[in-house]
Design a protein. Structure first.
Ligand code: ADP
Length: 480
């Protein structure tokens, strides 16, 4: 089998070692062999990026626009093929895979436009005869480290702004999803960027992570992944020389409040969508359903009925609603939390079992816990699977307090027909994103994405806010 290679300094380099990329819906299906970068590969990528930076940082907005637009156009033209690869590799359903691919194309198109819209300011000086100009410049060489759960959209929302604002990129995708990363990189490689501007290093975080985060020629790190790794990277960023700019997107334990006056149908759809679709493997998943007592029993019955109607099967099969869990270790973690929940005294109201399907894969029945308190581990720790907890609340005030009682703060939702409660929740929720009558997961691409507390650190991603992280500000004084 040929090994899909890393892309370094404008070439598909030759790697000595490769690893199989396995389909979680059918572990007998190997998608391909993908290179595992060594430390030397990572160093070569950084060297190439550094060499390319002086020219790329001065490239015209038109050149950057053209490259990003070309990338967007090709992704969109190949959405079905790429969406299928995504579903086969990561395990989300085919419609979800195609949807995510379209999203990646939209993000590249958005940042193509942003490349043309970088502006500065000219202001008056407090000193006579002096001009003051405030401009934005690219940061330098950036390490982009991404997780497996959105294998094309998250790379897109880091790579596109990095390039649009004139940075050079070293991209390290998660181990489990080299296929999407390679396919995207192949498109980027043919977009007309000068050699070294964009580099792909597929490899283990434990092997090449330290090079990508400590190297003196790295100026900034954008990371999406676990809290544990994120904290380590932040410590590295400030202790290495030179200090590096850092942006972290990490976990969530997102609350969805359902009030007595909610439209039950809307609430059930928002909760089931938010908690279980994409196999619950989203940092914005609604894992805590906080339901006031008047609607609690009706809500639990309706969610259970909806769960019974969901088909868990091969991600590529027509009619599948929920694909497999991404791999064995994630499946083990989900099942461990199902046991923890039961041991803590919560009631496993529905699901939580392993499922057998035609092919060997990591299939799990979505799980719903009731009788949960917010102190339980299943209500406090991110599970990252199709497991949701129902916490009963006396009234709105108690529901709001429970929703904010978490170390995370990424997304929070409320289902209500009351303008008063919706407005109050939008104001008082301690989350970066708030949803009213909508799932906690599912966002637009032209507005900021990010959270508070243990969920995020550093400037926001996406939309025009991305300029904060991917540029640095210069204030110039001139006495003409
Ligand atoms: P997840 O649970 O999503 O796998 P991780 O934080 O383990 O979360 O991984 C997210 C990304 O960070 C992956 O690309 C992974 O390879 C990378 N990574 C893991 N450990 C390190 C590290 N020490 N330094 C840099 N990157 C790392």
């Amino acid at each position: 089998m040929t090994i899909h290679q890393n892309f370094i300094a404008g070439d598909w380099s030759k790697a000595s070692a490769g690893a199989p990329d396995v389909n979680p819906s059918n572990t007998k299906d190997v998608i391909g062999e993908y290179a595992r970068a060594s430390k030397a590969d990572a160093e070569a990528a950084i060297k190439a990026a550094k060499a390319a930076f002086p020219a790329w940082s001065l490239a015209t907005p038109q050149v950057r626009y053209d490259a990003l637009k070309k990338i967007s156009d090709e992704i969109l033209a190949r959405k079905d093929e790429l969406g299928k690869l995504l579903a086969r590799e990561e395990g989300k359903t085919l419609p979800e895979g195609v949807g995510e691919t379209i999203r990646a194309a939209q993000i590249f198109a958005f940042f193509a436009g942003e490349a043309l819209r970088v502006t500065g300011e000219k202001v008056g000086s407090v000193r006579p005869g002096v001009d003051v100009e405030i401009t934005r410049e690219p940061v330098g060489v950036v390490s982009l480290i991404t997780p497996w759960n959105f294998p094309i959209a998250i790379p897109a929302w880091k790579i596109a702004p990095a390039l649009a604002y004139g940075n050079c990129v070293v991209f390290k995708p998660a181990d489990l999803v080299p296929g999407c990363a390679h396919a995207l990189s192949d498109i980027i490689a043919r977009s007309g960027l000068p050699a070294g501007v964009f580099n792909l290093v597929m490899g283990r975080g434990s092997e090449i992570g330290s090079v990508l985060t400590e190297h003196p020629d790295i100026s900034a790190i954008s990371f999406t992944g676990s809290v544990g790794t994120g904290r380590k990277l932040a410590a590295t960023a400030v202790s290495s020389t030179p200090m590096k700019k850092i942006q972290l997107e990490m976990g969530g334990k997102n609350p969805m409040v359902v009030l007595d006056d909610a439209d039950l149908k809307i609430a059930v759809e928002a909760c089931v969508q938010g908690a279980y679709f994409s196999t619950g493997q989203r940092c914005t998943a609604s894992s805590r359903l906080i339901v006031t007592q008047g609607i609690h029993d009706k809500f639990v019955d309706a969610v259970t009925e909806r769960l019974k109607s969901l088909v868990v099967d091969d991600a590529l099969k027509a009619g599948t609603h929920i694909g497999p869990v991404v791999d064995q270790s994630q499946l083990d973690q989900n099942l461990k939390y199902v046991k923890i929940g039961k041991d803590e005294g919560a009631k496993l109201h529905w699901g939580g079992d392993l499922l057998n399907r035609e092919t060997p894969g990591f299939y799990m029945q979505p799980a719903l816990f009731t009788g949960v308190t917010n102190a339980m581990r299943i209500a406090r720790e991110e599970i990252f699977g199709p497991v949701a907890t129902v916490i009963k609340a006396k009234d709105y005030d108690e529901a709001l307090a429970i929703s904010n009682d978490t170390e995370f703060g990424l997304s929070a939702g409320i289902c209500t027909t009351s303008l008063k409660y919706a407005s109050d929740f939008k104001r008082k929720s301690e989350a970066g994103m708030v949803m009213v009558n909508l799932p906690t997961a599912g966002v637009d691409y032209h507005v900021p994405f990010g959270g508070r507390k243990g969920s995020s650190y550093g400037p926001r991603e996406q939309g025009k806010y991305a300029v904060e992280f991917y540029t640095t500000v210069k204030t110039a004084y001139t006495l003409p």
